[in-house]
Design a protein around this ligand. Structure first.
Ligand code: FRU
Length: 480
């Protein structure tokens, strides 16, 4: 049998869905087996959103990188995941790495990195187009950049298209020969794709590699997304092994320079990396990988045969140089209206809500005298706590009370005047939290050891003036 037999792999996926294991999520994309990572090839084509993502269908390790594919009209009902792109030739035999999607002449195309290693283990990274075919697989087209240019290493990957004055360009993650990360820009010209050079930023020495770049437009502002590797952790930032963030400002392709503000993280949780953003009808829609490279010990599902998820779709907006992220409005369709329970309390130091197997919680806490708030997500004796210190203006996510999987704490600055606002999506293991109407977001997993539905208990040091909100049970994604 061939190593990657699309028909057999697709049948196996179909046979193992819907998911049964209680650690499988209900409204986060994931696979019944294998390892998934970066979202890839995001595009809107023929009335549907197309979502590809990195997938090793053969095991829970970072090898055999293929692309999986689903489509959806509404981010609620999805096509059955299929294998779409897999290693076949000398160029991509060691992995079909990340890339983007684009629509061209009525076709859905992708641009991805072909990874190959020779007998000595020397890596070559080439950038290649492909075309998604109605039979569900990607036809491989021309290689447009066969290898890394002089001055850069073979850590040269993750092309992401953007348009400038109607001309196609792409950004690409790269490593300089001095082992610092950067972004390169290519432009399409009459005789092929030409390297314009590095996009110069103030971050000339900021980690050893930048992965998964993206250049976005918010009105007249430019935002460069990228994932720097090798930053040192600080008290309130860069706390994961690798980061995902952005700089906002203005890009000049004439001088190949970006004038920008400081690097900010897109997500403050434990399990968020390699996001990709695409634009549709004025919305900038983000999907991220819920997971982290080189932290395999944090994810106990690997022993059960699958690992990692994608985030739910988020819509990004830029306000005063800062990206706000909100869950896409389509996700409101998941709310089971009959299940809605209102929370309403005054002058209290404790509020409690029981949660279903999958739930959404909206909470507005007018602090009043309260200065310290604990929002405890309890699974019997186990717990994860969101802790807010109003004096210090610090939010902390604390997983030290869980028995299995990654533990530790993540802390970040969160400015609250009088009302702390939180929106939580609590899936079986994947949790996404949005703070102050999207000013900050945090994605993280918890793997409750016992089969216990969670409850949420909000307590405070002094009475909270008012706590209001609503809790819903959420329906699961559907696959057809
Ligand atoms: C980011 C990344 C990309 C690469 C892909 C391979 O998580 O390392 O840079 O293209 O994963 O799976």
């Amino acid at each position: 049998m061939e190593k990657f037999d699309k028909h057999a792999i697709d049948e196996k996926v179909r046979g193992e869905m819907p998911f049964e294991h209680r650690w499988h999520n209900r409204f986060h994309l994931e696979m019944p087996f294998g390892l998934i990572n970066d979202p890839n090839g995001l595009a809107y084509y023929n009335g549907e959103y197309h979502i590809f993502y990195q997938w090793n269908p053969l095991g829970c390790v970072h090898k055999n990188k293929c692309w999986a594919h689903v489509r959806t009209r509404d981010f609620v009902t999805y096509s059955m995941p299929e294998l779409a792109l897999w290693p076949t030739d000398v160029h991509d035999k060691d992995g079909c790495y990340s890339g983007c999607g684009l629509v061209e002449n009525g076709q859905l195309r992708v641009l991805y990195t072909c990874n190959s290693k020779d007998e000595q283990g020397v890596r070559t990274a080439a950038q290649r187009f492909g075309t998604w075919m109605e039979n569900g697989s990607v036809r491989k087209d021309a290689i447009i950049v066969p290898g890394n240019p002089e001055g850069f290493t073979a850590h040269f990957r993750d092309p992401n298209i953007f348009y400038h004055h109607g001309v196609r360009h792409f950004v690409l993650g790269a490593q300089r020969e001095n082992e610092t990360g950067t972004v390169l820009v290519y432009r399409e010209e009459a005789d092929g794709w030409k390297l314009l050079g590095e996009l110069k930023t103030e971050y000339s020495d900021f980690g050893y590699m930048w992965e998964c770049p993206g250049l976005l437009k918010f009105g007249s502002h430019d935002v460069l997304l990228f994932c720097p590797q090798g930053l040192e952790a600080q008290e309130y930032q860069y706390q994961n092994v690798y980061q995902s963030g952005y700089i906002a400002g203005h890009v000049s392709l004439d001088s190949m320079e970006m004038i920008h503000g400081k690097f900010q993280e897109l997500d403050r949780g434990f399990d968020f990396y390699a996001p990709q953003v695409f634009q549709h009808e004025g919305r900038q829609i983000l999907l991220g990988w819920m997971g982290m490279p080189d932290r395999d010990e944090d994810y106990p599902t690997a022993e059960k045969g699958w690992v990692f998820s994608l985030t739910m779709p988020r819509v990004l907006t830029l306000r005063q140089g800062h990206i706000f992220s909100r869950p896409a409005r389509e996700l409101q369709e998941l709310r089971i209206q009959e299940s809605a329970v209102d929370i309403e309390a005054q002058e209290t130091d404790c509020v409690r809500a029981n949660l279903a197997e999958g739930g959404e919680v909206l909470l507005n806490i007018t602090l009043g005298k309260a200065q310290v708030i604990h929002m405890t997500l309890g699974y019997g004796m186990e717990k994860t706590v969101l802790h807010y210190d109003h004096k210090q203006q610090i939010m902390t996510i604390d997983r030290t009370g869980m028995n299995l999987g990654g533990k530790g704490k993540r802390s970040f600055k969160l400015y609250v005047d009088q009302t702390l606002s939180i929106q939580l999506f609590i899936d079986r293991t994947a949790i996404e939290a949005f703070f102050q109407n999207g000013e900050e977001a945090a994605s993280f997993f918890v793997f409750p050891e016992k089969n216990i539905l969670p409850d949420l208990v909000v307590t405070s040091d002094e009475a909270m003036e008012e706590v209001s909100g609503r809790v819903w049970e959420l329906a699961a994604f559907r696959f057809r």
